[in-house]
Design a protein around this ligand. Structure first.
Ligand code: HEC
Ligand code: HEC
Ligand code: HEC
Ligand code: HEC
Length: 124
């Protein structure tokens, strides 16, 4: 047991440091749910993007919801969009690709800043 303890401590520290740095290290969005992407993965340097864009409120993007209704108040940071948005959506729900496009592009349109063209996000 005594021998295992240092290994255990290292494992715990590693697990936590990975959690803490996950969005800091993010440079593109490429959820596994799509399988093989047909376009280059969209550029999104999470922390740098949000700093430049001046968006501090996590809920703006990490919104919650259930039973077909969006809840703009409940924060779901850390939960992948794909957990709630299916690649092949049921009728009346927003599919995964549309969820990203709507959220990203509508803010860029509204703020008059940020990329709108396919190749500016799906950079080759
Ligand atoms: C503001 C950024 C942005 C713009 C502009 C944008 N996309 Fe996307 N797109 C995304 C994100 C984010 C995803 C989900 C993650 C990924 O696929 O990289 C995505 C996913 C996709 C997917 C599904 C995943 C795949 O590669 O098969 C397709 C297809 C796609 N976009 C095509 C387009 C086309 C065509 C245009 C232009 C009409 C476009 N996108 C414009 C951000 C953007
Ligand atoms: C402009 C939109 C936006 C804002 C604002 C935003 N995020 Fe995110 N975040 C995303 C997207 C998109 C992803 C990728 C989600 C996915 O994989 O489906 C993500 C992923 C994450 C992840 C998971 C990282 C990983 O590698 O799995 C965490 C944790 C996270 N965000 C935390 C936060 C916190 C905390 C805030 C507020 C300080 C925040 N986010 C603000 C868009 C945003
Ligand atoms: C806890 C579940 C959950 C998570 C996580 C989640 N969503 Fe949603 N989202 C919903 C529900 C429920 C709706 C309403 C039904 C629908 O449109 O599918 C919705 C609706 C939307 C809509 C449509 C809004 C409209 O006005 O039509 C967009 C865009 C969207 N989500 C983007 C995202 C993005 C991008 C992420 C990840 C950063 C995300 N969602 C994460 C549950 C979720
Ligand atoms: C709440 C508003 C908002 C949302 C949501 C948003 N953006 Fe942006 N984005 C901006 C603004 C504002 C800028 C311009 C920042 C500047 O002044 O350079 C920007 C700039 C960018 C840029 C240019 C490079 C950079 O990092 O500044 C990329 C790429 C980008 N956004 C991708 C995305 C993607 C992909 C999503 C969806 C996952 C997204 N954005 C969601 C507001 C937003």
């Amino acid at each position: 047991m005594k021998r295992c303890l240092p290994i255990l401590i290292v494992a715990v520290i590693l697990a936590f440091s990975q959690l803490a740095s996950s969005q800091e290290d993010m440079t593109v969005i490429a959820p596994d749910a799509f399988g093989k992407l047909t376009r280059p993965a969209a550029t999104f340097v999470h922390d740098q993007h949000n700093e430049k864009a001046g968006v501090e409120d996590c809920v703006l993007c990490h919104h919650g919801g259930s039973d077909g209704v969006q809840d703009p108040e409940s924060s779901t940071e850390g939960i992948p969009c794909a957990d709630c948005h299916a690649v092949q959506p049921d009728k009346g729900t927003t599919g995964l690709s549309k969820a990203y496009h709507l959220q990203c592009i509508s803010c860029h349109e509204q703020s008059g800043k940020g990329p709108l063209a396919c190749g500016q996000c799906h950079v080759r």
